[in-house]
Ligand binder design. Structure first.
Ligand SMILES: NC(=O)c1ccc[n+]([C@@H]2O[C@H](COP(=O)([O-])OP(=O)(O)OC[C@H]3O[C@@H](n4cnc5c(N)ncnc54)[C@H](OP(=O)(O)O)[C@@H]3O)[C@@H](O)[C@H]2O)c1
Length: 269
């Protein structure tokens, strides 16, 4: 009975992981959402799902106690074990994404924005991993996945010359290093940590036409510099490929940053 915990399952890729993993009746899926009442896409899916193998748990990763409670609850169901943790939750879009580090109207606002990104995407993920570590070490797969982004790498930032989305990019870069720290700490215990780039995935909320137009525009723009850029992909395609990857990674991959097809995550957008 493989067990999976996924964070940020109210929508987007997190919900996609829940849908795909719960198709297998033997899997037990723990879907973490920070506000269960508002997570209607998730609860609607669970209600009509044929297998009763999904547990929804409310947990906000910015509150350590909340993540510890979630881990305790999972532990009760699994007898203290967890096979795979997928750290998917993140703050991504922000009203001041267009600003660069030097163009904030005042330093207080810069500090406020950086703090919320670091608190959610770095400390929040660290609290999540720490809460589930004892369960992962007792599990049989021993895999901890962290969703990463090309916007959070030095190489891609310089290659794209993109100076915006500062809080997001810096937080993803910091979490990559935190992942390396975990990999160094737990390599000898057989617990693998993997950073994965899910691709450019259509998760943006909003009216379908407008969202598609925006993705087409961004794809065309990216292809001016990177003609091979694959463009925006669906949640289903991204999740399918990532799950194949998660299945085949081993402790030999610990600390790696990979694209969903297994290539070096720093090799393309
Ligand atoms: N989409 C892409 O193209 C892309 C590319 C590269 C990497 N990624 C990474 O893939 C992951 C998923 O992205 P996505 O596009 O699916 O994102 P999304 O649609 O914006 O969903 C983000 C999820 O994170 C949750 N979340 C945010 N703050 C949280 C907190 N403090 N505690 C718990 N949950 C919280 C959100 O919950 P609420 O509904 O409550 O806000 C939501 O469920 C992220 O780590 C992102 O950085 C995505």
């Amino acid at each position: 009975m493989p067990s999976y915990v996924i964070t940020g399952t109210s929508r987007g890729l997190g919900l996609g992981f829940v849908k795909a993993l719960s198709l297998e009746p033997d899997n037990t899926v723990f879907a973490l959402a920070r506000n269960v009442v508002d997570a209607t896409q998730l609860s609607d899916f669970v209600k009509q799902h044929v297998h009763k193998n999904i547990h929804i748990i409310e947990a906000d990763n910015t509150h350590q106690k909340s993540m510890q409670n979630a881990a305790d609850e999972v532990s009760k169901h699994t007898g203290g074990k967890l096979d795979m943790l997928i750290n998917n939750a993140a703050l991504i879009h922000h009203e001041r994404d267009h600003l660069t580090l030097d163009s904030y109207p005042n330093p207080e606002l810069l500090e406020q924005d950086l703090n919320i990104f670091l608190r959610t995407n770095v400390l929040g993920t660290i609290h999540t991993i720490n809460a589930f570590l004892p369960l992962l070490l007792a599990g049989s797969m021993k895999k901890c996945i962290i969703l990463a982004s090309p916007l959070g790498t030095i190489k891609m930032t310089l290659a794209t010359n993109f100076a915006g989305a500062t809080g997001y990019g810096i937080s993803k870069a910091a979490m990559s290093l935190a992942t390396a720290k975990y990999a160094a700490r737990f390599r000898n215990e057989g617990l693998a940590f993997l950073l994965v780039n899910p691709g450019f995935v259509k998760t943006m909320p909003g009216p379908k036409d407008e969202v598609e137009k925006l993705y087409d525009f961004q794809t065309a723009n990216a292809r001016k510099k990177f003609p091979d850029f694959e463009g925006a992909i669906t949640v289903e395609d991204s999740v399918r490929d990532q799950l194949v990857l998660f299945d085949r990674v081993t402790i030999a991959n610990t600390g790696d940053f990979l694209n969903r097809d297994g290539t070096d995550g720093d090799s393309r957008l």
